[in-house]
Design a protein around this ligand. Structure first.
Ligand code: NAP
Length: 266
């Protein structure tokens, strides 16, 4: 198995580390660097992996380096690390909004970069992670990166030009879904159901719908039509949503999030 280094062991770094260990990566093949000493000590003890104090050294110990620091720490982190990277290293950056060209700008020589965009569902192994890379990354290396990142969920390849859309759809996506879920739970409460009961019902509706969609391999419109009988309850509800431009507003909301992602990009 290839050796992997993780820079920044915060929320995402820890989620990735846990997933790597559960999918069979051995502690001795994993190295990390974390700036906060007490956090570094906690991670080293809990996962029995080696902490590398000086991030310059991590590049010689591993082939794949996952950079999971906040975008505002990108400059300092990359300035410290990039001058030491070698021909074989593959940088996997999960920093939101940090472009491949920005990462490459820290060296005069081109090196291998994969930009990845996971989402919070990585914590339960259900991330949807988009990846894009520069030409230096070879096919077998990209395959290995997919294998590494599939430990936190599903991986898709996209063009870097679609990263802002991805950020809105999948990064912010869980918040949109939860907002919708919250409204449905409130609707149950408004109609007299206890909050916990309403939540239990709505969560199962969501799980069941998603599973139907996957198992039956249907387009959402087909599935929707299956529960929309002529003159029935569903069409009355859907008509109201259409009157209020629910779909159009949701599309606009996601476009706004994507635009904001572009504004925050470096
Ligand atoms: N959370 C998400 O859902 C999500 C989704 C997609 C992408 N991302 C991206 O994932 C990255 C990490 O997010 P997060 O929520 O895990 O952040 P986080 O909890 O702040 O974790 C980053 C960790 O890295 C440490 N650090 C900073 N500079 C360092 C350096 N030079 N060397 C070693 N460690 C360093 C930080 O220490 P200090 O706290 O002392 O700075 C912190 O412990 C971000 O770039 C974010 O854009 C997050």
């Amino acid at each position: 198995m290839e050796k992997i280094g993780l820079i920044g062991l915060g929320n995402m770094g820890e989620a990735i580390l846990k997933a790597l260990i559960s999918s069979g990566y051995k502690s001795e093949d994993l190295f990390f660097s974390e700036i906060k000493p007490e956090r570094a000590e906690f991670i080293a003890k809990r996962f029995k992996i080696t902490h590398v104090n000086d991030i310059k050294q991590i590049v010689n110990k591993v082939k794949y380096i996952i950079v999971a620091v906040k975008p505002q720490d990108a400059k300092k982190t990359l300035e410290d690390m990039i001058p030491n990277i070698n021909e074989e290293n593959v940088i996997i950056s999960i920093m939101a909004g940090v472009s491949i060209s920005k990462i490459l700008s820290f060296s005069s020589k081109e090196f291998k970069v994969v930009r990845a965009m996971p989402n919070i569902c990585a914590k339960v192994g259900q991330s949807i992670t988009a990846i894009t890379s520069n030409k230096k990354v070879e096919k077998h290396e990209l395959k290995e990166v997919k294998k590494i990142l599939s430990s936190i969920g599903h991986v898709v390849e996209i063009n870097e030009g679609h990263m802002d859309a991805m950020t809105a759809l999948s990064g912010s996506g869980p918040a949109f879904v939860l907002f919708f879920l919250e409204a449905m739970i409130d609707a149950g409460v408004k109609m007299g159901l206890a909050r916990e009961k309403s939540k239990e019902i709505v969560v199962q509706v969501l799980k069941g719908t998603v599973e139907m969609l996957e198992k039956e391999n249907l387009h959402p419109t087909m599935l929707k039509e299956m529960v929309t009988s002529p003159g029935g309850t569903t069409i009355y509800g859907l008509t109201y949503l259409e009157e209020k431009a629910f779909k159009g507003n949701l599309i606009k909301a996601i476009e706004r999030a994507a635009k904001r992602a572009g504004e925050l990009s470096i």
